[in-house]
Ligand binder design. Structure first.
Ligand SMILES: NC(=O)C1=CN([C@@H]2O[C@H](COP(=O)(O)OP(=O)(O)OC[C@H]3O[C@@H](n4cnc5c(N)ncnc54)[C@H](OP(=O)(O)O)[C@@H]3O)[C@@H](O)[C@H]2O)C=CC1
Ligand SMILES: CC(C)=CCC[C@@H](C)[C@H]1CC[C@H]2C3=C(CC[C@]12C)[C@@]1(C)CCC(=O)C[C@@H]1CC3
Length: 341
């Protein structure tokens, strides 16, 4: 007689990354069996089975998918990169390998970490639903390939493989390598004095534990015939905040001054486009990392917040950690980035 496991076996692709590792920890907490697949292992846990490889290679993925019930695909190159080939290979072609490996291994559920940015092209979005069209002019390669990736995952939904795309936005929390470290780096270099726009643009920032909770509910929802199969879902804190208030709270919490001087949004956006153009021309000679890329300027100067009603209705999502608590936990976790007197 077959032994029935009470909890499912999961594979987290990108499980050594920021979101992936938080997901692994929560899955273990909730008694799932967990495999991790990543390019290199960055932590140790005797409860986790690690598989090292490149997700673009089906043969690397297959051993990690043996007897797996749910695959969570949350690997991607860093959004700040400007390497189109890398994004295309990993986010698009790599995701196609993940799908074929799932089919070959008989995995029935695939949860993709997409991004709410797939509909963002630098124009205000207020309480946007999942019915908004994909960005027709994505601002950067990251967004362009996240769109290709999401389309591929949703269209591969079929009787044997149930797929879903979770779209978080502005994930933050302990161990995030991107948001808080970039903001502190700007402060240390004296670049955080400025507010882009009028400072009154509302944005979603989503605490990593809430994003994780949304992923697990999404994976569990993918039963035969479920309305969630083949659909995209926004996962947010359900509490949009002024972009510049959020940044100020992080900066003040870590002992730095809040931004004060306002610069017109449109002016800075066009300057960022021109600077990016010249950096692209100079690229064969010198690689320049832009602090104010057009995408970052757009994110800092427009409204972009999304409705998570669909996730609430279809799989009873609600954020577990509120904004004040989330900011507090995040600030406390970055003791090493605190301003030294
Ligand atoms: N952070 C955010 O605000 C948001 C993130 N997302 C999405 O969430 C997901 C997770 O992001 P986040 O945790 O921040 O990113 P991280 O960079 O922290 O994690 C991504 C992980 O994927 C790994 N990886 C990259 N390429 C490959 C590959 N070819 N094969 C195997 N593993 C690979 C990375 O390895 P290595 O570090 O060695 O490159 C890293 O461990 C991504 O899909 C991202 O698009 C969506 C919305 C917002
Ligand atoms: C003014 C300025 C340049 C502030 C620095 C903060 C930024 C580093 C973050 C503010 C919003 C963040 C964000 C992302 C990355 C980090 C920020 C730009 C994403 C692009 C990460 C990947 C996504 O899928 C969407 C995110 C939107 C918000």
């Amino acid at each position: 007689m077959a032994v029935r496991r009470s909890k499912k076996k999961c594979l987290v692709i990108g499980g050594c990354g920021f979101l992936g590792r938080h997901l692994v920890e929560e899955l273990l907490e909730r008694d799932y069996t967990v495999n991790v697949f990543d390019m290199r292992s960055t932590f140790e846990d005797e409860m986790v089975t690690f598989f090292i490889g490149d997700l673009c290679k089906t043969e690397d993925l297959l051993p990690a998918m043996e007897n797996v019930d749910i695959v969570f695909h949350c690997a991607s190159p860093a959004p700040s990169s400007d390497n189109y080939q890398l994004f295309y290979r990993v986010n698009y072609e790599g995701t196609k390998s993940v799908i074929s490996a799932c089919k070959e291994a008989g995995v029935q559920r695939l949860v993709l970490t997409s991004s709410a940015s797939v509909v963002f092209e630098g124009v205000d979005i207020q309480n946007g639903s999942e019915d908004l069209p994909y960005a027709s002019h994505p601002i950067d390669y990251y967004t362009e390939t996240k769109i290709l990736q999401e389309k591929e995952v949703l269209k591969s939904n079929c009787e044997d493989l149930h797929t879903i795309a979770v779209r978080p936005h502005g994930i933050f929390g302990p161990r995030d390598p991107q948001l808080v470290p970039t903001v502190v780096d700007m402060a240390r270099k004296g670049k955080s004095k400025y507010i882009i726009g009028d400072g009154r643009n509302l944005v979603d920032f989503t605490y990593v534990k809430n994003v994780v909770h949304g992923h697990i509910l999404a994976g569990e929802s993918l039963d035969e015939g479920s309305v969630t199969c083949g659909k995209a879902y926004h996962i947010t804190n359900d509490d949009p905040i002024y972009f510049w208030d959020f940044l100020s709270k992080i900066l003040i919490g870590l002992g730095y001054a809040a931004p004060r001087y306002k610069i017109p949004y449109t002016l800075l956006f066009y300057i960022a486009l021109v600077v990016q153009f010249f950096c692209t021309l100079l690229k064969p000679l010198v690689v320049i990392k832009l602090t104010f890329s057009p995408m970052r300027v757009a994110l800092a100067g427009t409204h972009h917040y999304y409705s998570c009603e669909r996730a609430k209705n279809d799989f009873a999502y609600k954020p577990l950690v509120n904004m004040d608590k989330a900011i507090d936990l995040t600030v406390q976790s970055y003791a090493e980035l605190r301003k030294k007197d």
